[in-house]
Design a protein around this ligand. Structure first.
Ligand code: PHE
Ligand code: ZN
Length: 886
C-alpha cells in the first residue's frame, strides 16, 4: 500500500493512447484462490499516438505467469512486468498479438474491484479501473475492443456462467468442470467488461424490440430469493419499452442479464448485456421492501439499462467526461420514473436529493465542476455533482431548446457518436447543430463549480399596469484543484415563470422575452418587464425547479401563502410551504432555538395554510400532500444558515415546529389516517398511488407523534403490530425510535428477532438506530457494530450503520465533544485497508465541517488532520482527507 499523495491527472494533459486493442480473447479458469486468465490481445499502433513509443499496460495486484508476442517467447529484457504494470520496450510498429497469462485470488479480493467473490458467487467490477486487476491492459475508456470470453469453472460450484454479449457455446471441460463462451460484437472499453459464475436462481421473460429482435431478459438472484425478483424483471421490460418510445433507442443483443450480489461498492453497474447489481436494488417483496425500495429498484434498473446507449454504445473519451454518461443517464432515469409515476412528486424528490447532497458538496471543500479539471483518484468523483447536477444540466438544455429540438439533438448525438468514446464538446455540438443555437456560454455549467444564487426583486406599477422583475446572478469563486480556479463567468439560466393573481388564477401578462413560459437569464443582471398586468401579481419563479440554483427571494408570508394555495405549478406550491417553514426554522435556529411550546411568528400562519391545503388537496393527491407536510430537513436548514452552524439548535427548532404543526393539525391528521387506511383484505401493491396513500398516513403519524408522544406511541405500536407490509411497519418503527423509552426498545428487539436472517431488512434497523438524535447513540452504534448481523466487510452494512449515522444524524455526528467524529474516523481507518473506496466515501461526511460553529469546527479539523497523517492510507482516503483540509 502506498502512503504518498497520489499524483494528479489533468484534463488538459489528455493524449490519445499510443496503441489500440481491437480484439480481446479471454480464457478465465475460475478457482476460489487461484483463478487463471489467459488474455490474447490484438494490438496495433494508434495513428494518433506517438510512433515507436513503448507499450505500457496497466496492472494492479497481478501475478504474471506467462507472456508471448506473436506466439513467441519475448527476448530477455524486452519486457518488464511488476504487479502494477507491464512495459514492452520496443513493440512492433504493425499489428501484433500479445498473450498474457495472469493469476488472481478472488477470495482475497476485499476491495470488490476486479474479480471477487460475494457469498461464493464469482463476479467482477471493472469501472473505473478494475479490469487491470484481471489482466494487464490499456485500461482507459478510449480503447475500445471486441471481446470473446471463455469462462470455465467447477460445475458444482458455478453452474451458471455469464459474460458480456451473446452466449455462443457451452460444454464439458474435463471431470467436474464446464465452460461457456460469450461474444460481445460491440466494441467497448474495459470498464464495461464483466463475468459472473455461481449458483444462482433465475427468472426470465421475453421482449420484442421495435426492430423485431427477440430478447431474453433474465434476473439472477441468490437461490430461494426468486420470488423477490419479479419487480426488477418487470422494470427491465418497462425500461426497454420506454427507451424505444421516448428516445427511439432499441436494445441490441439477444439476451439481457441482471445479476444481484450482496457485496457491492455502489448501486449497480451497466456492463454490456450483463448488469451487476447490489442486491438491495433488485430484491423486493411486500414484507421486506418499502415503497422507497421499490421506487429505487425501478429507477436503478432503468438507469443501468439506459446506459446501454448513454454510456455503452456511446462511451466516454476519458474519466473527466464521466458526466457525459452519468448526468445524461440520471436525467433519463428521472424522466422514466416521472412517466411511470407522478411527475411533480418525482421532481420534488429529485430536488430534495439535490439540495441534501449536491448543494452541500458544492458549498464545501470537495466542490468540483460537473466536469472536473483534475483528479487524483477517479473513484472519488462518482459524486452528487457529476450525477445529479449533471442531470440538471441536461434538463436545462431541454428547457432551453424545447422538447423537439432536444430530441433532435439526442438523436444526432447517438447516431454520430455511436461506437465512439465521446466528450462533453461532442454532446453539446450535437445540440448546437440540431437547434442552430450557440451553446458556448451554456457550456460554462460544466466548468464552474459552486451553486449560483439568483436574487430577484419584483415591482408593480398600478398606473402603467407593468410588473418588473430584476434578476441578478452571483457565482461563488471556487479555487480547488478540481475546479481550476479563474473568475466565474455568468451562466445561462433558464427561468420558468408565471404570474399568479393574489386571489388565485393565472394573471394574463405580456412580455416578449418570455417564450413558452421561460425567461433566459444570461447576463449578470437583467430586467424583465411584463405589461398589461391588471393587478399586483405574485411571481412564481423557477417553476419545476428549472435551474439548479439558490433563489434569494423576497416573497413575504402572504405571497408564499398565495403560491401555496393557488400556483398552477405544483413544484412551487411545495416550495412555498418549504419557504415558510425555512424562514421560521432559520430565524429560530440562529437565535439558539430554546425548546418552547410555540413555533414562533409564522408558525400559526403555516399551520393554518397547511390545514387549508390538506382540506382541499390531501385526498386528491396524497403523495404530493405527504411531501408538503414534510418540512425541510436539518441539513437543508444548516445549508440555508451557511455558517456557524449549531446542529442542536436546528434540531430543537425543527422539533418545535413539527410539534406545533402536529398539535394544530391533529384532528385533520387523525381523520386522514382513517380515510387513507387500506381496506381490510386488500393485497399490498407497490404502485405509486397506493404508495402515496401510505406516505401521507405515515407523514401524519410522524407529526401526531411529535406533538403528542403518548398518542403517537399508541398509534405507532398498533401499526407496527398490524402492518402487512414493510413500508408501514418501518414507518411505525421510525416513529417509535424517536421516542425514548421502553416502547422503543421493545419494538426494536421484536424487529431484530423477526428479521435476523434478512440482512437487507436488518440494514433498515441499523439505520434507524444510527439516526436517533440522542447522546446515547454513539454507544449504541458501537454496540451494534458487534451485533451478529453486522459485518464491516459488507458495504451495505457499513453504509446502513455508519453512513446513516454520519450523514443523517447531524446532532450526534457533530457532537460537541467530538465523539461522533471519532467514531467515523476509527471506522474509516479500520475499513481503509480492506475497502478503500467505501472508506473514502464514508469520509466525505466531513465535507460540511467548515460551516460548523467554532468548537465543532476545531474538533472536526483535528480529526481530519489525524486521518490525513495516518500511515499507510489508501490513495482514496488520502485524497478525500487532503482535499477536505485544503
Ligand atoms: N456506473 C455505475 C452507474 O452509475 C456506477 C458505478 C461506478 C458502479 C463505479 C461501480 C463502480 O450506473
Ligand atoms: Zn450510471
Amino acid at each position: 500500500m502506498r502512503t504518498e499523495t497520489p499524483p494528479i491527472v489533468r484534463l488538459a494533459d489528455y493524449r490519445p493512447s499510443d496503441y489500440l486493442i481491437d480484439r480481446v480473447d479471454l480464457d478465465v479458469r475460475l478457482h476460489p484462490t487461484e483463478t487463471r486468465i489467459t488474455a490474447t490481445l490484438a494490438l496495433r499502433p494508434n495513428p494518433l499516438g506517438e510512433a515507436g513509443a513503448p507499450l505500457v499496460l496497466d496492472g494492479d495486484d497481478l501475478t504474471l505467469l506467462a507472456v508471448a508476442l506473436d506466439g513467441q517467447p519475448t527476448a530477455p529484457g524486452a519486457l518488464e512486468a511488476t504487479p502494477r504494470g507491464l512495459t514492452l520496450h520496443q513493440p512492433p510498429q504493425r499489428p501484433f498479438v500479445l498473450s498474457l497469462e495472469t493469476q488472481v485470488n478472488p477470495s482475497a479480493n476485499t476491495k470488490l474491484m476486479g474479480l471477487y467473490r460475494s457469498n461464493g458467487v464469482y463476479c467482477t467490477q471493472c469501472e473505473a479501473d478494475g479490469f487491470r486487476r484481471i489482466t494487464y491492459f490499456l485500461d482507459r475508456p478510449d480503447v475500445l475492443a471486441v471481446y470473446t470470453t471463455r469462462i470455465e469453472a467447477d460445475r458444482e460450484e458455478a453452474p451458471v456462467l455469464l459474460g458480456n454479449g451473446n452466449p455462443v457455446e457451452a460444454g464439458e471441460a474435463g471431470p467436474g468442470r464446464h465452460y461457456a463462451v460469450w461474444h460481445d460484437p460491440y466494441p467497448k472499453p474495459a470498464y464495461l467488461f464483466a463475468l459472473v459464475g455461481g449458483r444462482l436462481g433465475r427468472i426470465s421473460s421475453r421482449f420484442t424490440t421495435m426492430e423485431g429482435r427477440e430478447v431474453e431478459i433474465a434476473v439472477h438472484v441468490e437461490p430461494g430469493k426468486e420470488h423477490r425478483a419479479p419487480y426488477a424483471l418487470d422494470a427491465v421490460a418497462r425500461a426497454m419499452a420506454w427507451d424505444e418510445r421516448v428516445f427511439g433507442r432499441p436494445y441490441d443483443l439477444d439476451v439481457f442479464n441482471v445479476v444481484a450480489v450482496s457485496d457491492f461498492n455502489m448501486g449497480a453497474m451497466e456492463n454490456k448485456g450483463l448488469n451487476i447489481f447490489n442486491d438491495k436494488y433488485v430484491l423486493a417483496s411486500p414484507d421486506t421492501a418499502t415503497d422507497t425500495d421499490y421506487a429505487n429498484i425501478e429507477a436503478i434498473i432503468a438507469h443501468e439499462y439506459f446506459h446501454n446507449w448513454s454510456g455503452n454504445r456511446v462511451t466516454c473519451r476519458d474519466w473527466f467526461q464521466l458526466c457525459l454518461k452519468e448526468g445524461l443517464t440520471v436525467f433519463r432515469d428521472q424522466e422514466f420514473s416521472s412517466d411511470e409515476r407522478s411527475r411533480p412528486v418525482h421532481r420534488i424528490a429529485e430536488v430534495r436529493t439535490l439540495r441534501a447532497r449536491q448543494f452541500p458538496e458544492d458549498a464545501g471543500p470537495l466542490a468540483h465542476p460537473v466536469r472536473p479539471q483534475a483528479y487524483r483518484e477517479i473513484n472519488n468523483f462518482y459524486t452528487a455533482t457529476v450525477y445529479e447536477k449533471g442531470a440538471e444540466i441536461v434538463r436545462m438544455l431541454r428547457t432551453l431548446l424545447g422538447p423537439e429540438r432536444f430530441r433532435a439533438g439526442m438523436d444526432l448525438y447517438f447516431s454520430r457518436c455511436d461506437g465512439t468514446a465521446a466528450t462533453v464538446e461532442d454532446f453539446l455540438a450535437a445540440f448546437a447543430e440540431a437547434s442552430g443555437r450557440d451553446l458556448a456560454a451554456f457550456a460554462r455549467w460544466y466548468a464552474q463549480a459552486g451553486t449560483p444564487t439568483v436574487s430577484v426583486a419584483g415591482r408593480y406599477d398600478p398606473h402603467q399596469c407593468t410588473y418588473t422583475l430584476d434578476f441578478h446572478q452571483s457565482l461563488p469563486a471556487i479555487a480547488t484543484e478540481a475546479s481550476g480556479g479563474g473568475a466565474p463567468q455568468p451562466l445561462v439560466i433558464p427561468i420558468s415563470l408565471g404570474l399568479v393573481a393574489r386571489e388565485g388564477g393565472a394573471l394574463a401578462a405580456r412580455s416578449e422575452r418570455v417564450r413558452d413560459g421561460v425567461f433566459v437569464l444570461q447576463e449578470e443582471s437583467d430586467r424583465l418587464v411584463f405589461t398589461e398586468v391588471a393587478s399586483e401579481p405574485v411571481p412564481s419563479l423557477f417553476r419545476g425547479f428549472s435551474a439548479p440554483v439558490k433563489v434569494a427571494h423576497s416573497l413575504d408570508t402572504a405571497q408564499c401563502l398565495t403560491l401555496l394555495a393557488h400556483d398552477s405549478d405544483p413544484f412551487n406550491r411545495w416550495q412555498a410551504a418549504q419557504n415558510l417553514a425555512l424562514d421560521i426554522l432559520t430565524t429560530r435556529a440562529r437565535g439558539g432555538a430554546p425548546l418552547a411550546a410555540e413555533a414562533g411568528p409564522g408558525g400559526a400562519a403555516l399551520a393554518q395554510a397547511l390545514g387549508g391545503f390538506l382540506d382541499a388537496e390531501a385526498l386528491k393527491d396524497p403523495a404530493f400532500a405527504a411531501l408538503v407536510l414534510a418540512i425541510a430537513g436539518d441539513q437543508e436548514v444548516a445549508q440555508e444558515i451557511g455558517a456557524n452552524v449549531d446542529p442542536d439548535a436546528i434540531h430543537r427548532a425543527r422539533w418545535t415546529l413539527r410539534a406545533h404543526l402536529g398539535r394544530a393539525l391533529q384532528p385533520r391528521l387523525l381523520a386522514l389516517r382513517e380515510a387513507l387506511a387500506a381496506p381490510a383484505g386488500q393485497p399490498f401493491s407497490p404502485d405509486a398511488a397506493s404508495a402515496g396513500q401510505r406516505a401521507l398516513r405515515n407523514a401524519a403519524l410522524d407529526l401526531i407523534a411529535a406533538a403528542d408522544p403518548e398518542l403517537g406511541t399508541r398509534l405507532a405500536e398498533a401499526q407496527f403490530e398490524e402492518a402487512d407490509n414493510m413500508t408501514d411497519r418501518l414507518a411505525a418503527l421510525a416513529v417509535l425510535t424517536l421516542l425514548p423509552g421502553e416502547g422503543r426498545e421493545r419494538a426494536l428487539a421484536a424487529f431484530d428477532e423477526t428479521y435476523r436472517g434478512e440482512p437487507l431488512v436488518l440494514d433498515k434497523w441499523f439505520a434507524l438506530q444510527a439516526m436517533i438524535p440522542e447522546p446515547g447513540t454513539v454507544a449504541r452504534v458501537r454496540a451494534l457494530m458487534r451485533h451478529e448481523g453486522y459485518s464491516a466487510a459488507n458495504p451495505n452494512r457499513v453504509r446502513a450503520l455508519i453512513g446513516s449515522f454520519s450523514l443523517n444524524n447531524p446532532t450526534q455526528f457533530h457532537r460537541e465533544d467530538g465523539a461522533g467524529y471519532e467514531l467515523l474516523a476509527e471506522t474509516v481507518l479500520d475499513l481503509d485497508s480492506r475497502n478503500p473506496q467505501v472508506a473514502a466515501r464514508l469520509l466525505t461526511a466531513f465535507n460540511t465541517w467548515r460551516m460548523m460553529e467554532p468548537g465543532r469546527r476545531a474538533r472536526a479539523e483535528a480529526r481530519l488532520r489525524m486521518i490525513a497523517a495516518s500511515p499507510g492510507l489508501s490513495p482514496d482516503v488520502s485524497d478525500i482527507a487532503n482535499r477536505s483540509l485544503a
